[in-house]
Design a protein around this ligand. Structure first.
Ligand code: PAF
Length: 280
């Protein structure tokens, strides 16, 4: 696996690959990789000739007081895992090249980006949209692979691709869960054993709501069950059943996604589960 830190070098590399007719698959990450990330790399390998992963803990998507300075890091472990997963190039952007002195241009997304995560973390999606757009500009990938665990992030990126006319194909991979159901996340490392135990109620609650919907229970009742099944130690931001295209409240018979965000101790977790999909 080739390591590249310079923006000029990764640009040249991508230009050369494209001239050779190679399709580029991009997997952007913030590192501290788990099996969920490696699934994205595997998917990119199937969709492209060359896989580029990025590791960059993007400061603009963290608000003051969030975990930017303590975000878990494991550069050696990450490199080994990516190598084993068959990643071809690891781009480790230099902060001063991504955000040069005087940086003042951002991508802001309205509409669905203002709801849920956007309401609780008002500058988050601006940071995500900006870094992802920059990566698209720098590498011009054919496909980019993201995890469904960040369902609203995926919706925001889809919007950016459409609105700013990027020619990249978005691929979304399902959430990978621990055997006990906890959605894999780099932030799970913050949880104490007791907190981890309480966190299991999240996937249990989403699963209970999904099963209720499958059994014909109306959305409002299933949403009630979702909230009631969560451990009372969780400080809830939201647990709703929504339409995944608009992030508006879900309607009976429509496409439905259960979404959750809340704090377990000092750790903020998010999760979601498809409750019902509409054909077509
Ligand atoms: O999902 C993440 O890890 C980040 O939000 C991303 C897409 C790498 C942008 O920094």
């Amino acid at each position: 696996m080739k390591l590249i830190e310079s923006m000029a070098e990764i640009r040249l590399m991508c230009d050369a690959l494209r001239r050779e007719g190679k399709r580029i698959g991009l997997v952007p990450t913030m590192g501290y990789l788990h099996d969920g990330h490696l699934t994205l790399v595997n998917r990119a390998r199937r969709a492209a000739d060359v896989v580029i992963a990025t590791i960059f803990v993007n400061p603009t998507q963290f608000a003051a007081g969030e975990d930017l300075s303590t975000y878990p890091r494991d550069p050696d472990g990450d490199r080994r895992k990516l190598e084993e997963a068959g990643c071809d190039i690891l781009y480790l952007p230099r902060h001063d090249e991504i955000y040069p002195d005087g940086f003042a241009s951002y991508v802001t997304v309205e509409g669905l980006a203002l709801k849920y995560e956007g309401a609780f973390r008002p500058t988050h999606f601006r940071g995500v949209a900006t870094i992802v757009a920059k990566f698209f500009n720098i590498m011009n990938p054919d496909v980019a692979v993201f995890g469904r665990k960040d369902a609203q992030q995926v919706a925001v990126i889809r919007q950016v691709i459409r609105d700013l006319s990027y020619g990249v194909r978005l691929i979304v991979e399902d959430t990978v869960r621990e055997p006990d159901g906890l959605a894999m996340s780099s932030r799970n490392v913050y949880l104490s054993p007791e907190e981890r135990e309480e966190s299991l109620s999240i996937s249990r609650a989403l699963g209970a709501a999904r099963d209720a919907i499958a059994g014909g229970v109306p959305v409002d009742e299933a949403e009630h069950l979702l909230r009631a099944t969560l451990s009372p130690v969780i400080v809830l931001d939201y647990a709703d059943i929504i339409d995944p295209r608009t992030f508006e409240h879900g309607v009976d018979g429509g496409e439905l996604l259960g979404i959750f965000a809340g704090r377990v101790g000092r750790t903020r977790l998010i999760d979601n589960m498809v409750m019902s999909a509409v054909e077509g």
